[in-house]
Write a protein that binds this ligand. Structure first.
Ligand code: HEM
Length: 724
């Protein structure tokens, strides 16, 4: 199922996603033996296959558990798992209790090391459909017109540990595994197109600086601390990436609303052996949208799982997230530059206005994992997993990554055989002559895992070019052995200036606030002064605003006043209109509400691929005159952060409702109310004249009013009221 297009857009009746079980559980414990329940309809697992990637007919559920009775790991049925074997009911536990020891021992070893970076993640299965536009430049079968390739995508934060909050200010990972019919291709990217460092050898430095301080192990999952700013202000090649982190890109609204970037330049090779250089881009159909900083902070407390919940809920309710995959294409020249931009320098981007992003296919995420550990945790991406027609360039950051991932996965996944884990198995046969090792699950036959051999009949054989073999492009290389970077890598600021100059005024204001917040959390004045000095290289006004916020003088030194700064409008995320699939509409109601109107509106919202959340003073159901509506949130369990818009349709008077309304208003959400809700809106101090606030006659009309605002993500016109 993963990657197949079996799940089409949901036509089923409205669901409120998130219920944990496939059937409604009984209040009393079920005692009648039966087979395990199947996964929920939105869930999928890796295609059942042998360790060498050959499909097997067993249903995927049966690969993990089967039969109606609890057994030992050896398959013997058990009569009791609640009591240890003892010498009498009050006596000591006997050493011979193998079930006790097996159960506890397995539990004791349930954890594996978390990823050293990108530990916190969420994933989904899907399918990539190629439109054929890349056929001329790349011979990889996955880009053939109409070809559908299963994918597994893992989104992540970089800095935090596995249990940290989703909404922290950080870069997001965007890693895609394509199970192509020529082997696995991994595109291991981020939601930010530039990186902190130009050479992989610096990766431990940036990560050590950004991780919590080694003495107290604080702060968790964030860059607002001295060691991070110490490093990035001394190591100025990090300036552009740091600026992107301080922009709205550092706090996405949802994984579904992020761009993805391969960052490095890759080489594509076509059927005639001709090459081009490319940069990969994922463009979300829903547009690029962000949280406000206050929302991100509240969410870290009240819903630390916000992004993984959002992804899973959207998929469960049939609002399948989609991205176009595009490439910027550059000639493969000897100097590997484009319009003066060094294509091997991962701290630089190429503006889309200079090299348009050409769409080569579309990815749809259509199924949630059935088991987090087996899939999301055990998946192993690697920028070295390539297929024919796609090759690396000499970007020194990429070259460092090529070593790092396999090395770390050996320790994270406990040995060299993790490619055999179901989620990592390719969807083509493998025949690799790698043998033995921890957790070997293949039973190899033959006696000659070496080449050349005659004892196994010479198997396996080498492919020729016509057998769809991997292509290592014969690039000419020469040079002296040096520890040095090319001169062009000395430019540490042009990319940052380009990004900042391309932002709208409100986005620029967010950047200034983010720097002021982060540096305000630092203790060392010298580091703050150094940071402002670096900001003068980006923009004098930005430096001045941040210095004022920090209560510091503008440090002496050269500003960048005379530099000509390019602009790329495509880098701003405001100004457009986007689809609203998966948006969350809160409707506050109680028994005073017209429940027929409410029920119809709930159905309308679901039918438009959005999620209605009925909020009431109490849980359970609202019921009147034969109409029943399920309550999804109460005033105790809702905050504005999880809603994209709010309808008030009740006469209830509650201070928590006032807080909800005030937050929704401050967070620039569309608000509409029926005559019943007028008093609550007034009590919250929200004037009728406020932008994006509508008085309507019915719940249905209230939804129509806010639905008209959603395509722009927020009511930006209200921003000035709060300077957010
Ligand atoms: C353009 C620069 C980079 C990008 C876009 C990037 C992206 C990513 C992503 C998306 C992941 C998470 C994969 C997952 O979901 O499992 C990841 C993990 C990781 N990255 Fe990077 N990374 C970059 C640079 C580097 C560098 C320079 C190194 C080391 C030299 C490195 C080392 C690692 C390691 C060790 C992991 C954990 C892998 C695992 O445990 O499976 N990364 N990276």
């Amino acid at each position: 199922m993963p990657g197949s297009s079996r799940r089409s857009k949901s036509k089923t009746p409205p669901v409120v996603p998130g219920a944990p079980s496939v059937t409604a559980p009984s209040v009393t414990e079920p005692t009648q033996p039966h087979e395990p329940l199947p996964p929920k309809p939105d869930q999928a697992a890796p295609r059942p296959s042998t360790p060498t990637g050959v499909p097997v007919p067993a249903p995927v559920e049966a690969m993990a558990q089967q039969g109606a009775y609890l057994t030992t790991a050896q398959g013997a049925r058990l009569t009791d798992t609640d009591h240890s074997l003892k010498a009498g009911p009050r006596g000591p536990v006997l050493l011979q209790d193998h079930h006790l020891r097996e159960k506890i021992t397995h539990f004791d070893h349930e954890r594996i090391p978390e990823r050293v970076v990108h530990a916190r993640g969420a994933a989904a299965h899907g399918v990539f459909a190629a439109n054929g536009a890349a056929e001329k430049i790349c011979c990889a079968s996955l880009f053939e017109k109409g070809k559908e390739t299963p994918v597994f995508v893992r989104f992540s934060t970089v800095l935090g540990s596995r249990g940290s909050a989703d909404t922290v200010r950080d870069t997001r990972g965007f890693a895609t595994k394509f199970y192509t019919d020529e082997g696995v291709f991994d595109l291991v990217g981020n939601n930010i197109p530039v990186f902190f460092i130009q050479d992989g050898v610096k990766f431990p430095d940036i990560i050590h600086a950004a991780k919590p301080h080694p003495d107290r192990e604080i702060p968790q999952a964030q860059s607002a601390h001295d060691t991070f700013w110490d490093f990035v202000t001394l190591h100025t090649e990090a300036t552009a990436h740091t600026l992107w982190n301080m922009s709205d890109r550092g706090i996405p609204r949802s994984y579904r609303m992020m761009e993805g970037f391969g960052v490095h330049t890759f080489r594509l090779i076509n059927a005639r052996g001709k090459t081009v250089l490319v940069k990969f881009h994922w463009k979300p159909k829903l547009g690029v949208h962000s949280l406000l900083w206050e929302e991100a902070q509240i969410a870290a407390g009240v819903d630390p799982d916000m992004h993984r919940r959002d992804l899973a809920d959207a998929i469960e309710s049939g609002a399948f997230p989609q991205w176009d995959l595009g490439v910027q294409v550059f000639p493969d020249t000897e100097e590997q530059t484009f319009e003066g931009i060094d294509l091997l320098d991962p701290t630089k981007l190429v503006p889309e206005e200079l090299a348009p992003v050409q769409v080569i296919g579309t990815m749809t995420l259509n199924a949630n994992p059935t088991n987090y550990f087996a899939q999301t945790e055990q998946v192993a991406f690697h920028p070295g997993h390539l297929v024919r027609g796609i090759d690396h360039t000499d970007d020194p950051l990429l070259q460092g990554r090529l070593f790092s991932y396999l090395d770390t996965q050996i320790s994270r996944l406990g040995g060299p055989n993790f490619a055999q884990l179901p989620i990592n198995r390719p969807h083509v046969g493998t025949n690799d002559m790698f043998r033995d090792g921890m957790h070997q699950t293949a039973v190899h036959s033959g006696v000659a895992p070496y080449r050349p051999n005659s004892l196994d009949g010479g198997c396996p054989f080498l492919a020729g070019n016509k057998d769809a073999a991997l292509i290592e492009y014969p690039e000419a290389v020469a040079g002296q052995k040096v520890r040095a970077a090319p001169k062009s890598f000395d430019d540490h600021f042009s990319s940052a200036r380009l990004f900042y100059a391309s932002l709208s005024p409100v986005e620029k204001a967010h950047v200034a606030k983010a720097y002021t917040f982060e540096l305000g959390k630092c203790y060392e004045k010298a580091i703050k002064l150094r940071a402002v000095t670096v900001l003068r290289q980006i923009d004098e006004q930005l430096a001045q605003t941040v210095a004022t916020g920090l209560g510091l003088p503008l440090p002496a030194g050269k500003a960048n006043k005379k530099v000509k700064v390019a602009v790329s409008p495509a880098l701003s995320q405001l100004g457009g209109k986007w689809p609203t699939d998966g948006r969350i509409i809160g409707i506050f109601a109680d028994e005073s509400t017209d429940l027929k109107d409410l029920a119809t509106t709930v159905a309308t919202i679901s039918a438009q691929s959005m999620t209605p959340l009925v909020i009431a003073p109490h849980g359970g159901e609202l019921e009147r005159g034969g109409t029943q509506v399920t309550v999804s949130r109460t005033l105790d369990t809702v905050r504005s952060i999880e809603l994209d818009a709010l309808v008030i349709a009740s006469t209830a008077d509650d201070v928590r409702l006032t807080l909800l309304l005030q937050e929704a208003h401050r967070h620039l959400k569309g608000i509409a109310y029926t005559p019943d809700g007028a008093d609550a809106v007034r009590a919250a101090g929200i004037p009728d004249s406020s932008a994006g606030v509508a008085a309507t006659k019915t719940v249905a009309a209230a939804f129509d009013a806010i639905a008209a605002l959603l395509p722009e993500h927020r009511v930006w016109a209200r921003g000035a009221e709060y300077s957010v």
